[in-house]
Structures are given as C-alpha cells and as structure tokens.
Design a protein around this ligand. Structure first.
Ligand code: IMP
Length: 199
C-alpha cells in the first residue's frame, strides 16, 4: 500500500521509510510537493498528528500517515514538548533549538529526557477507524552536542546504554530502537489486528 507521509521533515521521512522496508507499505513524501499539512494547532502530540493526517488525506485522497513527535524534559516541566520544532521561534533551525535548550539546561542537574512519537494512520479522510500508535525513548541531555547523523535534538540526546548520542548511532540502529521505531512497530501490530477483524 502506498502511504503519503504528511511531513516535509527529511529526517523523519528517512526513518519512516527505513522502518517500513520489508512491509506492505511504501512511503511517498511531501518533500518537493506543493501540498502542506494543516498547522499544528492542537495541545497534544495526538491532536497534532490527527490534524496533519486528516488534512493531507483530504487533499490527496490517499492513505496517509502522520508523525507528531518531540523532546520532553521533565526538569523543564515537559518543554520543549509539542513545541520542539519551533522551540526558539517559528522557522528555527535545529542548531538554534539545541542552543536554547542547552542554555536552559546549564544549571539543571536532573538531565533526564525522553522523545515521544505519536503516529496516526487513516485510509481516507473519512476513515472511521484511524489508527493511533505511540513510542517513547529515554535518554539524557548533554550540554555539548556530539555526532552528525539524525536530526533535531539527536546530537544532545545521550543514551547511557550505548555510550553515544542519538546522532552518533547508525541509521539502522536508530530506526530500530527510537520513539519513532517503537511507534511504527505499534502501528504495524494494530494495523494487522484491524485487518484480521475486518476480514
Ligand atoms: P513536529 O514536526 O511538530 O512533529 O516536530 C518534531 C520536532 O521534534 C523535530 O523538528 C525535532 O526538533 C524533534 N524531534 C522529533 N523526533 C526527533 C528525533 O528522532 N530526533 C531528534 N529530534 C526529534
């Protein structure tokens, strides 16, 4: 099944495509297309993923998947959270967002953080059974970025079990253990159950 991915984020697109390799799904990206997902006006990851998914399914009429994700830092009361992409302002670069976060984290000793990913899948814009799936990935925030792969906050997201940041992991490894990987696994298992029930 061809899936439209309701995002222009190349990092997310690469990871979703890789994670769905070998399944019945192939991913078509919005990168380079005139189609834009509706703005994220929700107050939760789930709401924003649903808004993006439905708006793109309405425009394309195709099965659509959306990902709303972000970094949650308990010591910052959950920030940047749903505002991760625009933490230092609308149109912010990953570097600007990292700078703002590392500045705020400088005096804080509780370095715990997690990435959260919510996936929504709809066969059509009026799909009465959208699939919601989610994944969470725990780590710690570094003051100094390390690594050059991945995207977003990966260079400051440290994984004690690997002794590396997410930006130092090979793509294959990140796409099998990350919040997005777990959300996609969750999605695939719910999708299979839906299919069994509907047959
Ligand atoms: P969204 O497009 O509103 O879902 O925002 C996602 C933002 O969260 C990205 O722009 C990144 O800043 C951050 N983010 C989400 N997933 C990841 C990841 O896997 N690595 C690093 N940053 C991520």
């Amino acid at each position: 099944m061809k899936l439209i991915f309701a995002s222009k984020n190349s990092g997310k697109t690469r990871e979703l495509s890789r994670a769905l390799e070998g399944t019945e799904f192939s991913v078509e990206s919005l990168i380079g297309q005139k189609i834009e997902a509706a703005p994220e006006t929700g107050s939760s990851f789930l709401e924003n993923a649903l808004i993006k998914c439905k708006s793109v399914a309405e425009i394309t009429g195709m099965p659509t998947v959306a990902d709303d994700s972000g970094l949650v830092v308990p010591a910052l009361n959950g920030r940047p959270g749903i505002y991760s992409a625009r933490y230092s302002g609308s149109g912010a670069t990953d570097e600007e967002n990292i700078q703002k976060l590392t500045r705020e984290m400088m005096p804080i000793s509780d370095r715990r953080a997690y990435f959260f990913c919510c996936i929504v899948f709809m066969v059509s814009p009026d799909d009465p059974f959208p699939i919601f799936a989610q994944g969470l990935w725990k780590g710690e925030i570094l003051n100094t970025p390390a690594g050059s792969s991945g995207f977003g906050y990966d260079p400051i997201f440290y994984l004690p079990d690997y002794g590396k940041t997410a930006a130092e992991l090979p793509l294959e490894l990140k796409t099998s253990i990350s919040h997005r990987a777990l959300a996609i696994k969750d999605f695939l298992s719910i999708y299979l159950k839906h299919e069994e029930n509907l047959c």
